[in-house]
Design a protein around this ligand. Structure first.
Ligand code: UTP
Length: 292
């Protein structure tokens, strides 16, 4: 059975939509309630059976490395104070069977370039790409989005892009795919374009920040000139892949919050706070009494 062993987390972007918060701190460390965005994503990959996490980092991203490292002084302090629940919370961030590797993207030359920086760490196997901007929550009691995609990959053995329908006026924010219906929830992709004008969009199927890609994509990224915004786009590499291999779009079950933008981040915060076992009930009461 084909397996996905490695997840690549490109976290070297500038996060300009969240300035001033992201001037000196990584946006991936912004907490939704009490957990940084990047931790939700690493947990999603772990749930999908992935144990090797590769972070493509840049300047100001040291906090991410520290977050997934042992915090010896903190753990000793919590142990001395008998704060066992908190100690477990801290230790659970890095399960013993999970490996983290860090590689630098020297300049933010685009998502395609960031993914290329991880090539030598993917063992010539298919791998997952997770964008921490997109917080993906599977349906209650069901599998997470990446786990759903890994299940599809085990059947298809091909590249898979997570997609959702978006309103026509939003297509210019995303990579947009078009193709022919395959199995339930799947589309065989024939076209992919980055941030199209609504007038020329081939569909309203937008790519969300979860991908499973075969290693052929690296050669295709290397062939790409700088695309939209002077960056080396992952979308252009995937467009090249379409000429060589089948690529599928998968309409995942769950909800996506665009936490790279302020409104999406606020929506995620409110909805995750309402579900939170510790603060959820009190927060619901608080919201109810607001004069809106
Ligand atoms: P975004 O397009 O959201 O860019 O990148 P950004 O710089 O992080 O944010 P804004 O638009 O300026 O606010 C999508 C993902 O790709 C990563 C980002 O960290 C983010 O997870 N990325 C982007 C890189 O790792 N390197 C790059 O050169 C560009």
């Amino acid at each position: 059975m084909k397996r996905i062993n490695t997840a690549v987390f490109p976290v070297a972007g500038m996060g300009t939509r969240f300035l001033p918060a992201t001037k000196a701190s990584p946006k991936e460390m912004m907490p939704v309630v009490d957990k940084p965005l990047i931790q939700y994503c690493v947990e999603e990959a772990y749930e999908a059976g992935i144990r090797h996490m590769v972070f493509v980092t840049g300047r100001h991203k040291r906090a991410i490395e520290d977050h997934f490292d042992t915090a010896f002084e903190l753990e000793t302090e919590l142990e001395t104070q008998h704060k066992h629940a908190l100690l477990e919370t801290v230790r659970a961030i890095q399960p013993p069977d999970m490996d983290c590797t860090y590689v630098r993207q020297p300049r933010a030359l685009g998502l395609g370039h960031a993914v290329l920086c991880a090539e030598h760490l993917t063992n010539k196997e298919a791998f997952a790409v997770i964008l921490a901007d997109d917080l993906m929550i599977g349906e209650s009691g069901g599998p997470g989005v990446l786990k759903q995609m890994v299940t599809q990959f085990e059947k298809l053995g091909r590249s898979i892009l997570a997609v959702q329908e978006v309103p026509l006026e939003h297509v210019k924010r995303y990579g947009i795919v078009a193709g022919s219906p395959a199995d339930s929830g799947l589309t065989r992709v024939s076209q992919i374009v980055e941030k199209p004008d609504p007038k020329h969009a081939p569909s309203q199927l937008a790519v969300a920040g979860r991908y499973i890609l075969t290693p052929t994509v690296f050669e295709q990224i290397k062939l790409q000139p700088r695309g939209a915004g002077g960056e080396i786009q992952l979308t252009d590499g995937i467009a090249g892949l379409l000429n060589l291999e089948a690529v599928y779009a998968y309409a995942y079950q769950g909800k996506r919050y665009d936490c790279g933008a302020k409104d999406g981040f606020l929506e995620a915060t409110v909805e995750m706070a309402l579900k939170h076992p510790e603060v959820g009930a009190g927060f619901r009461q608080y919201l109810k009494q607001l004069q809106l």
